[in-house]
Structure formats: structure tokens, C-alpha cells
Design a binder for this molecule. Structure first.
Ligand SMILES: NC(=O)c1ccc[n+]([C@@H]2O[C@H](COP(=O)([O-])OP(=O)(O)OC[C@H]3O[C@@H](n4cnc5c(N)ncnc54)[C@H](O)[C@@H]3O)[C@@H](O)[C@H]2O)c1
Length: 481
């Protein structure tokens, strides 16, 4: 690579408030010898595209993609097609048996891990032992043994693991953190958090590897890792105890019959009843899904459109969890995957008042097809004790995950990213703290018994969380408005 362009000033998504990223003051230079950080990606499916596009687009002056590794040669060839469209050099492609050769030959500084969840650990450990930094997608891993192996490997190697918790970076979730840090509701005694997945996105988890608990850890790990991480980080606290119940009661063969089908089938592509099933996913009709999955099935038999009602699904669709925190707060959380709308309600109950936040993640108004902005779909309400409620305008961004992905990518790739007062960068401790709530919940589903987080791993340590209003601070007597 001999590019020697002086790029425009590094751009960073800008949001208002203390947590805003600001444009780099210094333009990073790319020298003839190429001082950009070198990245390899393992797992070239849907999510990997975000990292590819970042390194071929807004962050091309900060990093270069030198290699990709995957079990499926067709999906690696698709990376080349996408690179050509982006005007970027094609990364070298390696099968998984050649992972070590990839590291030797292409000398990446960091590995980006975007495989299915249970396989993250294999690559995190190999990368750490090879002296690479790691950026892994959530969930960091899927069970306590694997989490322990990662915690130990970081200590053994002194390496760096970063878990890409993009939800922390959504402008409005950062805004919530700022309000809580300001002490507006005092110290937080409990949290009510209810997340709804609808029958479009929610159903998608039951179509492929996510429906196999051994690979995804179930929705308690795969999906709720985002939510548990948010609460850990919002509270700046560590989970201590978990009680939970979970069941699968909607995505079942019985429900297929109740919906008027003769029963579950294997997959949508060949389904004899697809015309009657509103859960049908037509891979051929979507160019992105076709190129990524349908066109590459013959390599590995990975069907992206398996029947959501088939009997071999091993994850829950209905989950309720109570978490006790070290600082004394309690979280009451639910996750349902078959709802009429998608989004969440969260409320923080504090010594000086209550903070409520909700977001409807569906982008259209039911029935009208009209797109709604995030500001229209969500809200934040602060209700001080014995005073009138205040509606606070929702800070919004653009792009995927409420604008969070772009801000997170700048934080990952831009060497001139400003210091973050909200400490949104998550390492292996934050990654473990969130998945261990899900792992504990999964254990509760089986045993019916509460689980202590410190019974699952040793040497976890406390992640770097920003300071919060203390429980020992005086609280003024609430006065009538
Ligand atoms: N942060 C987010 O919002 C977000 C969103 C989507 C996905 N993700 C995460 O990204 C990861 C990938 O998800 P996805 O939707 O892209 O999945 P995917 O199925 O589309 O892609 C996975 C890729 O990994 C490859 N693969 C499978 N087994 C492998 C192995 N043992 N070694 C190497 N490669 C292997 C597959 O061939 C495929 O190309 C998951 O961990 C998921 O949880 C995160």
C-alpha cells in the first residue's frame, strides 16, 4: 500500500452534550510506508459489513482491512465484491484452518471478531496469544467457562479486548447516563426495564443459529447482553445476584398449528405452506440476504430462513429476570420476542425522583407506512418527587442503532477520538459482567434457584464506570411544587 494522501480532517459523528464526539483537531496522516493500524476480520456475515464499510469509508485513513477469515469461501468472495464496489483493495482471504498463517502473513494489529457467539472465544484467545488486540462483537461469549478463559487470557497476555457495545453510544442512551450522573433523581434504588421484540425482528432470532442455545446462549445472552450492559453502565454498578424464569411458548410447533398451518416445516425457501404464513422470509427477494446467504448455502448448508416453529429450537421467547446489584439497587427486567411492537420502557426510581425513557424501534407508524423520527417514537420524562414532570427532548442521531454505530466506530478506529467522560469503551470485564447475568438467568431457568454472579467466575474485577451520586449523600426533604 503506497497511498500518501493527506485526508480531510477526521470526522466524528457529533452529538450534543458532554458525551458528544468532537471532530478531530488534527488530521491523521497516511504516509507512504502506511502507518495505519492493520485489521483482520473473522466471520464475514451480516455484522462484519459494518466494520468493513467503516474501514473502507469514514475510517479509511485510520485503519486498513488486510485479511478476512471464515468457514464459508462464498461469503469471503462476497467481501471482495463489496470491497471493489467501495473502491478498496480486497483483503486476503483465509479458511479457518489457516487462521495462524493469516496472522503470520498479514500481520494485523487487531482482530475483529464477528462469528456466531459461541465461537468468539476461540478467536479471542488465539488473537491474545498472538499479541493482537481484539475487538469482539457482543456477546463477548456465551457461558461462564468461556468467560473465565477470556478473563484469564487477558491477565496472562496483557492484551486488550474491547466489546463493541454500540447501545451505549446511542445519543439518547448516553443522554440517560448523563442525567443519572447529574444526580437529578438522586441515587437509584431500583430499575424497571421491559424490552419487546416484535414478530418481524423477534422472529428472526428463531430462524438460524441464534435459535440454538449452544451457539447463542439464548436471548438472555445473545440479545439481553446489550440491555444488561446498559443497566450495569447506567448504574455504574456490578450485578451480584440473579433470579429468573424463562420459557418458549410462541415459537413452537403447537403455535404453527394454532395459526392455521399443518405444523412446522424445515425452511421458508421450500415451505409448502409459505403462501399462508406471515412469518415467511423470502431470501431470494432481498438482494443483500441472497448474496450473503442463499447464494452461499451450497458451501456449508447454513439456511438463514429456517422455520420459526420447528421443534429443535432450544431458546426461550418469554423471560423475566430480577437482578440485585452490589450497590443495593434492584433491576426488574423482561424480554418477550413475539410482541406487536418493538422497543422498550425503562424507569429509574431514585431518592429524588423518577426518570422514565421509552423508545419504539419500529420505523413506521402502524397502518400508514409513514416513517417517524426517533424523537417522535421515544421520550424522556423526569419526575422529581412532589414536583411536576418535565419532558426532556430526546437527543437523536442518524444511522444504524440510533446513530450509536457511527459514534462507536469513531471511538474504535479514530486515534484522535476525544476522551469520553461517559467511559463508553467496554473491555472484557464489562463484556463478562453483562453476559454473566444472562448465564445466571439461563441457570435459573433450569434449576429454579437464584444464582450469585461471583459463583460463576473468579477474578472478574470492576469495569471502569463513571462515578455516580453516592448513597451516603444527604437527600433534601422533598417539598410540594
Ligand atoms: N452489536 C450489534 O448490534 C450486533 C448486530 C448483529 C450481530 N451482532 C453480532 O455479530 C456477530 C455475527 O452476527 P451476524 O448476524 O453477522 O451472523 P452471520 O451468521 O450473518 O455471520 C456469521 C459469519 O461467521 C461465519 N462463521 C461461522 N462459524 C465460524 C467459525 N467457526 N469460524 C469463523 N467463521 C465462522 C459464517 O460463515 C458467517 O459468515 C454475532 O456475535 C452477533 O451477536 C451484533
Amino acid at each position: 500500500m503506497t497511498e500518501s494522501t493527506t485526508p480531510p480532517v477526521g470526522r466524528r459523528a457529533v452529538i450534543a452534550g458532554a458525551a458528544a464526539g468532537v471532530a478531530s483537531a488534527v488530521a491523521p496522516k497516511v504516509y507512504a510506508g502506511d502507518s495505519r493500524k492493520a485489521y483482520a476480520i473473522v466471520g464475514c456475515g451480516s455484522r462484519a459489513r459494518m466494520f468493513q464499510d467503516a474501514l473502507w469509508g469514514p475510517h479509511k485513513y485510520h485503519g486498513r482491512l488486510v485479511a478476512v477469515c471464515d468457514t464459508n469461501p462464498g461469503r469471503m468472495a462476497y467481501v471482495d465484491t463489496r470491497a471493489a464496489k467501495a473502491g478498496a483493495p480486497a483483503p486476503k482471504a483465509y479458511g479457518i484452518a489457516d487462521f495462524s498463517r493469516m496472522v503470520r502473513e498479514t500481520k494485523p494489529d487487531a482482530l475483529i471478531v464477528t462469528t456466531p457467539d459461541a465461537y468468539h472465544v476461540d478467536y479471542i484467545l488465539r488473537a491474545l496469544d498472538a499479541g493482537l488486540d481484539v475487538i469482539t462483537e457482543k456477546p463477548m461469549t456465551t457461558d461462564a467457562v468461556k468467560a473465565q478463559a477470556i478473563l484469564d487470557a487477558v491477565k496472562r497476555t496483557g492484551g486488550k479486548v474491547r466489546v463493541s457495545f454500540n447501545y451505549r453510544y446511542s445519543p439518547f442512551r448516553s443522554q440517560i447516563k448523563e442525567i443519572l450522573m447529574s444526580g437529578a433523581i438522586g441515587d437509584i434504588l431500583s430499575v424497571d426495564f421491559h424490552w419487546l421484540l416484535n414478530t418481524v425482528h423477534g422472529a428472526d432470532y428463531f430462524r438460524r443459529w441464534h435459535g440454538n442455545k449452544a451457539i447463542s446462549g439464548g436471548l438472555m445472552v445473545h440479545k439481553a447482553t446489550h440491555h444488561f450492559d446498559l443497566v450495569n453502565w447506567w448504574l455504574s454498578d456490578m450485578p451480584a445476584t440473579v433470579n429468573a424464569t424463562g420459557k418458549r411458548q410462541f415459537y413452537t410447533p403447537e403455535m404453527a398449528r394454532r395459526l392455521g398451518l399443518s405444523g412446522p416445516h424445515d425452511r421458508c425457501h421450500t415451505c409448502p405452506e409459505k403462501a399462508a404464513c406471515t412469518f415467511q422470509l423470502d431470501l431470494a427477494a432481498d438482494p443483500g440476504l441472497k448474496a450473503l446467504y442463499l447464494d452461499n448455502e451450497h458451501h456449508d448448508g447454513y439456511f438463514r430462513d429456517r422455520c420459526v416453529f420447528r421443534p429443535d429450537i432450544s431458546i426461550e421467547d418469554t423471560m423475566n429476570v430480577i437482578v440485585g446489584y452490589e450497590g443495593g439497587a434492584t433491576l426488574s427486567y423482561s424480554l418477550n420476542a413475539f410482541n406487536a411492537w418493538e422497543g422498550y420502557h425503562v424507569a429509574f426510581n431514585g431518592t429524588k425522583g423518577r426518570l422514565e425513557h421509552h423508545l419504539n424501534e419500529q420505523a413506521t407508524t402502524a397502518g400508514s407506512g409513514a416513517a417517524q423520527s426517533e424523537a417522535e417514537r421515544g421520550g424522556i420524562r423526569l419526575i422529581p418527587l412532589r414536583q411536576a414532570a418535565q419532558d426532556i427532548p430526546l437527543r437523536t442521531g442518524t444511522g444504524s442503532h440510533g446513530g450509536g454505530d457511527a459514534v462507536m466506530l469513531a471511538d474504535i478506529f479514530d486515534p484522535h477520538a476525544p476522551a469520553d467522560p461517559l467511559l463508553r469503551t467496554a473491555d472484557e470485564r464489562g463484556g463478562a459482567a453483562s453476559i454473566l447475568i444472562g448465564v445466571a438467568a439461563n441457570r435459573c431457568f433450569e434449576t429454579g434457584q437464584p444464582v450469585r454472579i461471583d459463583s460463576l467466575v473468579t477474578g472478574l474485577g470492576r469495569p471502569a464506570y463513571p462515578p455516580m451520586p453516592g448513597r451516603d449523600q444527604p437527600v433534601p426533604m422533598p417539598l410540594p411544587a
